[in-house]
Design a protein around this ligand. Structure first.
Ligand code: ADP
Length: 499
């Protein structure tokens, strides 16, 4: 069922429930109100009659007590004195006067007109109605409210007066009420539903249009397009802005993915071509034994490079998924740094670059030792790789109150300011041809090995340890890479270590 229909139906159900609840509560409160009014009215009638009887009694006007011989010689019942009778006849509603023997001595005309059964039912119920108590409702003649009042005075033979009113009006719903409920409420409901349907129309039209636009954009080829932001969809401007931001991110990650796939294929294609050529050369009949060995050695080297590259790509892919294969334990950085420094000395010597460790500190971090070694070595090999012979590379470890900083400074080729934002991007190299040539001649341990992945993986390692990797550089002057790592809780006493 379409959402617009569902929402309109929900409004219909909610409104009907509200109207029904309103009708019932209106009806109940009106009923209570009328009931109270009628009770008061009946009580006033009873009090009035009781007073009239009392005054009559004081004037000696109560009952005609002499037994009268009626037709057939039967004893007629006692009746009210004529003067009192006339006074009470002025009361238009139900009125009963009972004497001290609980015999009914007077019934008003309204009662006398009732049919025999109803009248008997009322008379039989009299004993149940307490004097000066609340009104009682009898289910007679559509509902009768009765109130009893005692007649005061010691010499009075008349004991109680019971006044009543027809209470059908309190129980039955009046015409106006029925008209309201059965005609006006459906009108209100119809009006509200029409309004809801019309009101929901615009946003739903807009939503449908946005859905169509998003479907057209996300078909994969139109990610450069954006949803239009105009006044006609002002209410949905937040949604449109959020969707546009999402499409933005989608476009970025699609582009990144495409670039990454293209770069990865390209990086793998080159060693594969070299590998193939080497193998072909080794297999060729005209190749001498020594040439064959050289070709196979190169093939081995290329396959090792490819294995490195694939390993790095896998690590990055796992990192992207959040699956870090890190085994954190307390790692003392000073020995790790010394180890890296010794490797750097050998690499530096080959490249004609002087490597120095001017300062180091004792510090323990929670980390994965092989990964931290890979991170430090990546930076140090890069520094040596991108520094001309005769240059210098300084390595240092500084301890701060809550973190430790590992720094690598070189006097190499540097990075242009415009390139700095991209250095940590995957496969990014300032100059592909030059980087690759240098990498091929000076390939050492560590990440990408001239493929532009080394800094990306280094940054991931730093982040995975809760740290950061930053760079400052000047083209032609040199670069400074800084790794900051949070210190572990248990630290050795602060000491400066002579390298
Ligand atoms: P690569 O394997 O190409 O060295 P990296 O990710 O380690 O890949 O480095 C990316 C690029 O950043 C390098 O190709 C190089 O252009 C630049 N770069 C990295 N370190 C330095 C440095 N110390 N001095 C100058 N350029 C550097």
């Amino acid at each position: 069922m379409p959402t617009r229909v569902r929402l309109t139906l929900t409004v219909a159900v909610a409104l009907s429930a509200a109207l029904a609840a309103l009708s019932i509560s209106l009806w109940l409160s009106r009923r209570a109100y009328v009931y109270r009014d009628l009770s008061r009215y009946a009580a006033a009638q009873a009090t009035l009659a009781a007073r009239a009887i009392q005054e009559g009694a004081e004037a000696g006007d109560t009952l005609t007590e002499e037994p009268l011989l009626g037709s057939g010689g039967k004893l007629s019942p006692r009746v009210l004195a004529p003067r009192l009778w006339r006074i009470l006849e002025a009361i238009p509603d139900y009125l009963i006067v009972v004497d001290r023997d609980s015999s009914v001595v007077y019934m008003s005309e309204a009662l006398r007109r009732l049919d025999f059964d109803d009248r008997t039912a009322i008379v039989n119920a009299l004993a149940e109605i307490p004097d000066d108590g609340p009104a009682a409702l009898l289910d007679v003649d559509g509902g009768v409210l009765l109130v009893a009042r005692g007649v005061q005075g010691p010499s009075v033979v008349l004991k109680r007066v019971i006044a009543g009113v027809h209470a059908g009006g309190a129980i039955e719903a009046p015409r106006e009420y029925i008209i309201t409920v059965f005609f006006l409420f459906p009108l209100i409901l119809g009006g509200a539903l029409t309004a809801a349907w019309v009101f929901l129309g615009k946003p739903f039209d807009q939503l449908n249009r946005i859905t169509d636009e998003v479907a057209a954009i996300t078909d994969g080829r139109s990610l450069h397009r954006r949803l239009a932001v105009d006044d006609s969809r002002a209410e949905l401007s937040d949604l449109v802005a959020t969707l546009n931001a999402m499409i933005d991110r989608l476009e970025q990650s699609f582009l990144g993915l495409r670039r990454f796939t293209a770069d990865a294929s390209h990086e793998l294609k080159t060693p594969l071509t070299v590998l193939r050529a080497d193998v072909e050369r080794a297999m060729s009949d005209g190749t001498s034994k020594s040439e064959r060995l050289v070709a196979l050695e190169e093939a081995l080297h290329e396959s090792a490079r490819m294995a490195d590259l694939v390993e790095t790509l896998l690590t990055l892919a796992r990192a992207d998924e959040g699956r870090f294969d890190l085994h954190l334990e307390p790692v003392a950085l000073a020995p790790l740094l010394r180890d890296v420094y010794e490797t750097a000395l050998i690499l530096g010597e080959t490249a004609g670059v002087e490597v120095q460790l001017p300062f180091t500190a004792d510090a323990v971090v929670m980390g994965d030792a092989p990964r931290l070694r890979q991170l430090f070595l990546n930076l140090v090999t890069n520094a040596i790789k991108y520094t001309q012979a005769g240059g210098r590379v300084d390595i240092g470890l500084g301890r701060h109150p809550d973190h430790v900083a590992f720094v690598v400074r070189d006097t190499g080729i540097g990075i242009a300011a415009a390139d700095i934002p991209y250095v940590f991007d995957r496969f990014w190299r300032a100059d592909r041809v030059r980087s690759r040539t240098i990498a091929r001649t000076r390939d050492g341990e560590g990440g990408g090995g001239g493929s532009g992945l080394g800094l990306a993986i280094s940054q991931w390692i730093a982040h995975a340890h809760g740290g950061a990797l930053a760079v400052t550089s000047r083209l032609g002057k040199g670069s400074l890479f800084t790794v900051t790592l949070p210190l572990a809780a248990d630290q050795p006493a602060e000491s400066f270590i002579e390298p």
